[in-house]
Design a protein around this ligand. Structure first.
Ligand SMILES: *[C@@H]1O[C@H](CO)[C@@H](O)[C@H](O)[C@H]1NC(C)=O
Ligand SMILES: *[C@@H]1O[C@H](CO)[C@@H](O)[C@H](O)[C@H]1NC(C)=O
Ligand SMILES: *[C@@H]1O[C@H](CO)[C@@H](O)[C@H](O)[C@H]1NC(C)=O
Ligand SMILES: *[C@@H]1O[C@H](CO)[C@@H](O)[C@H](O)[C@H]1NC(C)=O
Ligand SMILES: *[C@@H]1O[C@H](CO)[C@@H](O)[C@H](O)[C@H]1NC(C)=O
Ligand SMILES: *[C@@H]1O[C@H](CO)[C@@H](O)[C@H](O)[C@H]1NC(C)=O
Ligand SMILES: *[C@@H]1O[C@H](CO)[C@@H](O)[C@H](O)[C@H]1NC(C)=O
Length: 732
């Protein structure tokens, strides 16, 4: 193929000619040892993207050594060597010494600035080279190892993060790479703002102005900084965050041949800039401060910022403003506190918060190999632990992150990990929304164990429903929330109930003025006192603490509702008392108190013989059967647990605490509620997760109760040496 050969030779010649003719102006990218670059001379990276030389900022005569974009942009400077030590005239020179130092000097031998490489080694052939990445490196010219660098400008960033450049720390060499803003648009000296990776606790990135935190990025959750949008699918760049024993860093790499940089501007604004070839200008691709909620800690400790709300600051569930008046005047800085403080004694639970940017991790502890279950246990063990979460969201979540003390800088956002907040169990019933114990695993195990039970129940329900159909006509017109205010009971009905009205003074007298010595315990809805009436009858007095918003009629109707339930295995209500905001229920006194005192007390549990335990289970079952099927109403208890089973002097079990019980029309078997009430360890998964409750929810709680009665172990507190699970999980 001569013609092709000819073409080839011709082009070779023309290339050679081109090189010959233009070689003086072909820029070099390398400075050999002991050769100098004078002001006015530059070196250019091989791909002609970057250029290094001396420059003056606008409106300034100071000379700086720097790197800027060569072909594009109007000389955007991305790195400055002598930021703090400008030259006043154009007599500066740059050279590479035999020791591998870069030296910027002026007027003879006055060294203005020098790169300080740690080793005092004489290199055979040190050279400085400007790479196409924008990295200015000093290396041994005879070394073939490209990564064997004596010095690199990427270790000393200015205000610009180029693709491939690391922001973070090298724990081995001690190098700390951070972005620092210029002092002003025309002054490259170090300004007020710094963007860096903080390694107190679990690493996260910060933008700081002086000593004031401005913005927090992170912590890294395996995919992205917590609270940031998922950038996995971004076609332009990808983000990498590495954290190991050797180093921690953040960097971004471009996926296509665009030009994009991150710049910390002199005024503290972090911008990702994109070069638009068509308009020949930079445009802001994204900026660090998207909304007010990105301001660090704007809502104070334990406050959540939600940009979709007005005002944006709110307390977390179960928390209230520390200073109500300040809070209401939009001064959120003092933040929120738990409505009931943690004291590490009372029962505590973890409230699951979804869609939350993780709080500041500077006071945190982490372990990359722990599971969520182990994490909960670890948090429970330490009284100052206030929250926990998975460290990494990849592969269904792994690792453990614990927070200590107040939780700072929470932000509501879509698509984030779950955060588990510690709080007293007594706070839980006031919370709306969906709550769930930390053990996801438990939920799954429970679901499988009880699916069998539920199937059986479903069958019996079907039979029951067909029976109900016949009776339905008589039930028609019955409201959903029965009894309602406008439902009237005939006087006959009232008398039927044999309910007594007690005056407050009568109750006060009976209970020794609600003396602490008479207090039997704290029910779900308030304290319970023992009292003795004038006729010598012993009573239990239940003060309803949180029902004060309830009207007279509603309370009265509720009393009647409960009063109409009469069964051997239900606690009998004797009367009620209403005075101002006081709402009091009077029950018969149970001399053996509640079942949990027997079950979970080592000394007393031996008093319970097997036949007795069986009788108790039997009794509870009969009580539930009555509530669900046999009573004139149809009641779902919703809070069956050992402490709500009272024992009389014969050890007959009696179900108590109908405070949150809910009545159903005969044809209703499930309902949905936004407010999940009940007790952890006893509430069924579908109720905990979806708020759906039905008589099945009670059956679930009953199942837990049976397990506890048989084993004498608390479901929630159960632990086995090698299996970190609860009683239910263990049984499975
Ligand atoms: C440049 O400035 C230095 C002091 O910064 C001075 O010593 C030197 O003489 C100046 N050179 C010229 C050519 O003006
Ligand atoms: C390099 O730094 C060390 C201390 O870190 C210092 O002793 C030495 O003088 C520095 N060298 C140069 C050339 O600045
Ligand atoms: C290093 O490289 C230079 C030229 O690149 C060469 O002259 C010199 O002999 C080399 N030295 C060694 C020790 O390889
Ligand atoms: C930023 O880096 C410099 C140089 O390594 C270091 O001295 C300084 O402490 C760093 N600042 C922060 C906030 O990490
Ligand atoms: C930028 O635009 C110029 C023409 O304005 C074109 O020649 C050049 O190839 C473009 N560069 C890129 C990277 O698209
Ligand atoms: C992290 O957790 C794993 C598994 O529980 C344990 O083996 C390891 O010792 C823990 N590491 C630290 C530093 O606590
Ligand atoms: C709880 O954690 C904090 C912070 O890590 C630690 O200082 C404290 O010693 C821990 N307390 C206990 C009892 O482990």
């Amino acid at each position: 193929m001569p013609s092709m050969d000819g073409l080839y030779t011709t082009s070779l010649i023309s290339i050679a000619l081109f090189l010959l003719l233009f070689s003086p102006s072909v820029a070099v990218d390398t400075i050999p040892a002991n050769q100098v670059i004078k002001d006015g001379e530059t070196i250019v990276s091989a791909g002609e993207l970057y250029e290094l030389g001396f420059f003056s900022p606008a409106n300034s005569n100071n000379r700086y050594l720097g790197i800027w974009f060569k072909k594009i942009s109007t000389g955007k400077v991305v790195w400055v060597a002598n930021r703090e030590l400008p030259l006043s005239n154009t007599s500066g020179i740059l050279k590479v010494t035999r020791d591998g130092f870069l030296q910027l000097s002026c007027c003879g031998d006055t060294v203005i600035w020098s790169s300080n490489s740690s080793a005092f080694v004489r290199y055979i052939n040190p050279v400085a080279q400007l790479l196409d990445t924008g990295n200015f490196v000093v290396k041994d010219g005879n070394s073939t190892d490209e990564t064997d660098l004596i010095w690199q400008s990427f270790d000393y960033p200015s205000d610009t993060l180029l693709p491939g450049m690391k922001l973070g720390k090298d724990f081995v060499t001690g190098t700390n790479r951070n972005l620092t803003s210029w002092k002003s648009p025309n002054d490259p000296s170090v300004g007020h703002y710094v963007d860096y990776i903080d390694t107190n606790g679990y690493p996260q990135a910060f933008l700081r102005q002086g000593s004031v935190m401005q913005i927090r990025f992170g912590p890294w959750n395996g995919n992205r900084f917590s609270g940031e949008p998922n950038e996995k699918s971004n076609p332009i760049y990808s983000i990498e965050f590495v954290f190991n024993q050797k180093e921690v860093y953040y960097k971004f790499e471009l996926k296509s041949s665009v030009v994009q940089i991150i710049c910390l501007k002199w005024d503290g604004i972090i911008e990702m800039l994109h070069w638009n070839n068509r308009s020949q200008d930079w445009f802001v691709y994204s900026t660090g401060l998207i909304d007010i909620c990105n301001r660090y800690g704007i809502c104070g400790p334990n406050g959540i910022c939600d940009i979709n709300k007005n005002p944006p600051c709110n307390c977390m569930d179960g928390f209230e403003p520390k200073h109500e008046d300040e809070w209401n005047m939009a001064d959120w800085s003092s933040g929120c506190q738990l409505k009931i403080p943690l004291d590490c004694q009372a029962a505590e639970v973890f409230w699951k918060m979804r869609g939350m940017k993780f709080p500041d991790t500077r006071k945190s502890w982490y372990n990359q190999s722990m599971t969520l279950g182990e994490c909960e246990i670890a948090c429970k063990k330490n009284c100052s632990c206030t929250a926990y979460a998975n460290l990494d969201i990849k592969r269904g979540g792994s690792g453990c992150l614990l927070w200590f003390g107040e939780l700072m800088d929470l932000k509501a956002c879509e698509d984030s990990q779950d955060l588990y907040i510690r709080m007293p169990a007594s706070l839980l019933k006031g919370l709306t929304g969906v709550s769930e114990p930390g053990f996801n695993k438990m939920i799954r195990v429970l679901a499988s164990v009880f699916s069998i039970l539920l199937t059986l129940l479903g069958l019996s329900l079907a039979v029951y429903a067909s029976n109900m159909k016949k009776k339905r006509s008589s039930m028609k017109g019955r409201g959903r929330r029965v009894p309602s205010i406008d439902r009237h009971y005939s006087d006959v009905e009232k008398e039927d109930l044999q309910l007594n009205f007690f005056s407050l003074s009568q109750i006060a007298k009976a209970t020794n003025n609600f003396s602490i010595n008479n207090k039997l315990g704290e029910g779900g809805f308030g304290p319970v006192y023992k009292g003795v009436l004038e006729n010598g009858q012993e009573i239990a007095v239940k003060q309803l603490s949180e029902t004060s918003e309830q009207g007279y009629d509603e309370f009265y109707n509720e009393v009647i509702c409960v009063g109409r339930l009469q069964h051997r295995n239900l606690v009998k209500i004797l009367g009620y008392c209403m005075d101002g905001d006081e709402r009091i229920l009077i029950y018969e006194y149970m001399s053996n108190k509640s079942l949990d005192l027997f079950l979970f007390d080592e000394n007393r549990s031996s008093m319970l013989e097997w036949p007795q335990r069986f009788d108790i289970i039997h009794g509870i079952a009969r009580g539930i059967l009555y509530l669900h099927h046999d009573s004139r109403l149809r009641i779902i208890h919703r809070d069956l647990k050992a402490s709500n089973i009272l024992l009389d002097h014969n050890m007959t079990p009696k179900i108590s605490d109908f405070g949150i019980a809910r009545e159903f029309g005969g044809d209703e078997t499930t309902s949905k509620t936004k407010k999940v009430v009940g007790t952890y360890g006893y509430i069924s998964p579908e109720y905990a997760v979806h708020g759906r409750f039905s008589i099945k929810s009670d059956v679930f709680s009953f199942g837990v109760l049976v397990l506890e009665i048989v084993s004498g172990k608390k479901n929630r507190d159960f632990s086995c040496e090698d299996i970190n699970d609860n009683l239910l999980g263990h049984g499975a």
